[in-house]
Write a protein that binds this ligand. Structure first.
Ligand SMILES: Cc1cc2nc3c(=O)[nH]c(=O)nc-3n(C[C@H](O)[C@H](O)[C@H](O)COP(=O)(O)OP(=O)(O)OC[C@H]3O[C@@H](n4cnc5c(N)ncnc54)[C@H](O)[C@@H]3O)c2cc1C
Ligand code: SF4
Length: 328
């Protein structure tokens, strides 16, 4: 591991100023970044500790939306009354991730930016990984690709995004607030994570030196009928092979509005307007759920070892919707 200087930012302004230095990186809970540094995948010269900035509050805004500070720990978000009652989908997704010890450390900002779990990305013994070494190739495409993407991949990279939290945020139409040298801006969660295209080294649309300060959750009609389903190799402490965030505004068995996103299948949480439209205005039954699953998985393209994910995802969508709608 390369040595790195450590600076604790006393204010957002100081964090942004320090981030201008070449080779500087923010650190939240450190549960991903430190592993990447130990493995030689990341080598920042300076770590800017932002975890103690006063940005950990979870508050209701006058318009009824809820703001979660970027430094809030995953455990605190999952257990907060506002989140448990109004956004149970997010609470369930967070509690399905990692372990209690990791969730106690991990921050919202860091969770949004955690990097893929592709084996070839983490193992510097492999010299082909466009995400780690742009232009070097992709060892996963013709290698062992059981955990990789079936949607939205490119020839350059077939990695998936590993965050459970982000799948729920995608379904809940969250907005990410960031600050940079040029001021504050907001990014809709659907535009925050990127598909790999020909630049897989960029996971998100965040600019160099920008700090995530908060995530806003709009008022939600989905609290009563929500379910996060995570399918993984072990019952706990494993990343999703496939996950589904499903939530419904349901009246008398008819769906007014649906929120649906898949995890473990693409470089970003996978949500399509067509899948949600396939449920809106319809009775929640086998037919409408199958139509939604088919729309969500349209264009799926498996690789040698991950063909099982397409059928698994289809079944998982139907199960998650059934559970959310009280049919299971
Ligand atoms: C064994 C293990 C199992 C895990 N299992 C799961 C799982 O099942 N599901 C799941 O979702 N996750 C899982 N995780 C990942 C875990 O959730 C992430 O490591 C954690 O959320 C990252 O948050 P952090 O605050 O520790 O980030 P850090 O490691 O501190 O930072 C991660 C990245 O974010 C950047 N960063 C941090 N904060 C900010 C900010 N405010 N603004 C801009 N940039 C910032 C850092 O520079 C770095 O690039 C697991 C991790 C481990 C080690
Ligand atoms: S899938 Fe992406 S992260 Fe994995 S080896 Fe290929 S380029 Fe690297």
């Amino acid at each position: 591991m390369n040595p790195a200087a450590y600076r604790r930012a006393a204010s957002v302004e100081e964090a942004l100023r320090l981030a201008q230095e070449p080779g500087a990186a923010f650190i939240g809970g450190g549960t991903n970044l430190l592993d990447l540094m130990k493995g030689g995948v990341a080598a920042p010269h300076t770590l800017i500790d932002v975890s103690r900035l006063p940005l950990a509050a979870i508050t209701e805004l006058p318009d009824g939306s809820v703001r979660i500070g970027a430094m809030a720990r995953n455990t605190d978000v999952a257990n907060h009354a506002l989140i448990r009652i109004r956004y149970p989908l997010l609470s369930q997704a967070l509690l399905a991730g990692a372990s209690p010890q990791l969730r106690n450390m991990a921050t919202v900002g860091g969770n949004l930016l955690q990097r893929t779990r592709c084996y070839y990305f983490y193992d510097t013994g492999f010299d082909r990984c466009n995400k780690r070494l742009p232009g070097s190739g992709c060892a996963a495409r013709d290698g062992y690709n059981r955990i990789h993407a079936v949607l939205g991949a490119s020839d350059a990279c077939i990695a998936t995004n590993p965050s459970d939290m982000s799948v729920a945020l995608a379904a809940l139409r969250a907005v990410v607030r960031v600050r940079g040298a040029g001021g504050e801006r907001t990014i809709a969660i659907g535009d925050f994570h990127r598909l790999p295209g020909d630049a897989p080294e960029r996971d998100t649309t965040l600019n160099q030196g920008e700090l995530i300060t908060a995530v806003d959750l709009p008022r939600s009609p989905f609290a009563e009928h929500a379910h996060y389903l995570k399918i993984r190799d072990r019952a706990s402490y494993a990343f999703a092979l496939v996950s589904v965030a499903a939530a419904l505004d349901l009246r008398d068995g008819v769906v007014r509005e649906a929120a649906l996103a898949l995890g473990g299948v693409a470089h970003k949480p996978w949500r399509t307007a067509q899948a949600e439209a396939a449920l809106a205005g319809r009775t929640l039954d086998a037919q409408s759920m199958q139509a939604a699953a088919a729309a969500l998985l349209q264009g799926a393209r498996p690789y040698q070892h991950n063909g099982f994910k397409v059928d698994l995802a289809r079944r998982a969508v139907i199960r998650a919707l059934s559970t959310a709608g009280g049919l299971a």
